[in-house]
Design a protein. Structure first.
Length: 368
């Protein structure tokens, strides 16, 4: 049973070659994780954190993949005084973890655009049940970042679906940039040293996680001069080029059997004004990925639809690098949610769009 001090079940997010074990607590507490004989801490320069509800403990993938089990140790503080702080006895919670090791029939659930809802997407994301190997959360999980409390939605859904037993990947959405707490996103979401775009090496899967930022020009009145996404995207372009330069240790590694592109926005599409901030940059991203990375599948959201877009489809304006899956169709009026559930095997993928009751809306097999 999950300890009372936990808001919900933990979750394990993959970033580059590390896991971030995430624990949300509704009490002021310190958190560490024991794996085998090693201890890992949520700390800042040697100081254990206790003043925010979300704890993220970084673990090298190889350590957890070997042990396949981790124990969270949470110590609630009664009063954190400068001298002789007082605390309760620690509580422990152990999770059996399933690293992504198999190379075929890999089950992935994709969830995005939940906009603050938890129950419906959690049900839809459980399509594979105990056979789930990877959960991808593709942005706009909270409706906005106006309150720190809103960040909890990401970890609530991840905990509900995975219970901390299998890995997750997070890709930020445009609504995540809105609100007075958006500047704190790096403290409350998985990133690579504060950067929301990165690569992931997860067993046989290699993923490039890109972040389009906002969906309109930086000067749009809706943002009130609070974003600088054009400069952000220019830096991201340089990052993509750096990944390509380092392809031997990135997507051309021997164990990289599957290559995924993840982004909230399907940026190969030209959108009507004012939702067209970066046609030139997005055309370059498509070209860099198409000619160099050559991903097998592209998982996106943003459109609130359940679609499979092959290369050259009517919305492929900038040159898709591969088949694009738009995998989240919320219907908040009807109280239902359709997610994309994907089974990967060599050279092919089966895409199953299923709703909150597990009813299959559409199934299609694609080759790559």
């Amino acid at each position: 049973m999950i300890p009372n001090e936990f808001m919900f079940a933990p979750s394990v997010f993959a970033v580059e070659d590390n896991y971030l074990i995430c624990v949300a607590s509704d009490v002021e507490a310190t958190v560490c994780v024991k794996i085998g004989d090693e201890m890992f801490y949520d700390s800042s320069n040697g100081i254990l954190r206790s003043k925010k509800y979300l704890h993220m403990v970084e673990i090298p993938m190889e350590v957890l993949d070997k042990e396949k089990k981790y124990t969270i140790i949470l110590r609630e503080y009664i009063e954190r005084k400068p001298y002789f702080p007082t605390s309760n006895e620690p509580v422990e919670y152990t999770v059996d973890f399933s690293p992504l090791e198999k190379t075929e029939n890999i089950n992935i659930s994709y969830i995005s655009d939940t906009h603050g809802r938890v129950e419906m997407p959690s049900k839809s994301g459980r399509y594979f049940g105990e056979k789930l190997d990877l959960l991808v959360l593709g942005g706009d999980i909270a409706d906005h970042s106006g309150e720190i409390e809103n960040f909890k939605t990401l970890f609530h859904i991840a905990g509900n679906i995975t219970e901390g037993k299998c890995p997750c990947i997070f890709s930020r959405g445009n609504h995540d940039l809105r609100g007075q707490c958006a500047e704190m996103l790096a403290d409350y979401t998985p990133t690579s040293g504060g950067r929301s775009y990165y690569t992931v090496h997860l067993g046989p899967i290699w993923a490039l996680v890109l972040d389009c930022g906002e969906d309109k020009s930086d000067k749009n009145a809706e943002y009130g001069y609070t974003v600088a996404c054009h400069d952000f995207r220019l830096r991201e372009t340089r990052f993509i080029k750096k990944v390509i330069e380092n392809k031997a240790v990135e997507y051309e590694k021997e164990n990289a059997k599957y290559k995924l592109l993840l982004s909230h926005v399907p940026f190969a599409q030209r959108y009507p004004d004012p939702f067209n901030p970066e046609e030139e940059i997005y055309t370059e991203w498509c070209k860099l990925c198409r000619e160099n990375v050559k991903p097998d599948l592209w998982l996106t959201g943003h459109k609130h639809t359940a679609e499979i877009r092959p290369v050259g489809n009517p919305d492929d304006h900038f040159g898709q690098p591969c088949t694009c899956i738009i995998g989240a169709k919320p219907d908040f009026k009807e109280n239902t949610f359709v997610s994309a559930n994907i089974t990967l095997s060599p050279g092919r993928a089966t895409i199953i769009f299923a709703d909150t009751e597990g009813r299959v809306e559409r199934t299609e097999e694609i080759s790559f």
